[in-house]
Design a protein around this ligand. Structure first.
Ligand SMILES: CC(C)(COP(=O)(O)OP(=O)(O)OC[C@H]1O[C@@H](n2cnc3c(N)ncnc32)[C@H](O)[C@@H]1OP(=O)(O)O)[C@@H](O)C(=O)NCCC(=O)NCCS
Length: 186
């Protein structure tokens, strides 16, 4: 339902499907250990890691699974992050009308509200153009920066949903933040 991804345009950003040649820009930030502190993947060691990541996403598009958008910064035409929804319901055991949400932004662009700008347009697209009525974000305990992003977007933490997972060899705790279509301001 989310694939093919449409191209979305905001004041500072263009969101579009990821292409093979994005690997160079993505490697620039995906090698940063501070970016990966609260995500389930290790920093990319070489461009080969990024090529594999990009190829996996493109394969997902081809198989008509959901996949993330590339976040392109208009001022320099660079890919500075990714954002998207995950419809892997079997893994998360969530309903047909709910998706998981995730994002990642190059550290050089933090603190400018760009991920909120990208989130608003993607969530608006999702609620306007699909049957999805709920977006969930699972956030690792301690990721205050991401919690604040979700708060700014109108997500609410659901204290009844918490889960433990093994991530990068360690047990982590995740809290669930939810945004319902009925609470989203278009
Ligand atoms: C999460 C992420 C996208 C946020 O990007 P960002 O550019 O900092 O986001 P914004 O500028 O829109 O907002 C961040 C907010 O968190 C606040 N913040 C930053 N560090 C904080 C901290 N340690 N504690 C509390 N709030 C914090 C900022 O002040 C800002 O709030 P404000 O606008 O009210 O001042 C970025 O940190 C990232 O890519 N992290 C790595 C990947 C990741 O963790 N993804 C999320 C997985 S759930």
């Amino acid at each position: 339902m989310l694939v093919p991804l449409p191209i979305l345009d905001t004041e500072c950003l263009i969101l579009r499907p990821i292409i093979t040649s994005d690997a160079k820009d993505i490697f620039e930030y995906a090698k940063d250990f501070q970016i990966t502190k609260f995500v389930p993947w290790y920093p990319h060691k070489t461009i080969d890691d990024t090529n594999q990541f990009v190829n996996k996403i493109i394969k997902g598009y081809e198989e008509k699974k959901s996949g993330p958008w590339a976040i392109v910064y208009k001022a320099n035409n660079k890919v500075i992050g990714t954002i998207g929804f995950d419809q892997n319901r079997k893994r998360e055991n969530i309903s047909e009308s709910s998706v998981n949400f995730g994002y990642c932004l190059s550290r050089a662009y933090w603190g400018q509200g760009l991920i909120v700008e990208a989130s608003l347009i993607t969530i608006e697209y999702l609620f306007n153009s699909t049957d999805i009525i709920e977006v969930r974000a699972f956030v690792q305990v301690g990721n205050k920066q991401s919690e604040r992003v979700l708060e700014k977007l109108g997500f609410k933490k659901d204290p009844t949903i918490r889960k433990k997972e093994i991530s990068k060899g360690q047990e982590i705790e995740l809290e669930c933040w939810i945004l319902s279509k009925s609470f989203f301001s278009f």
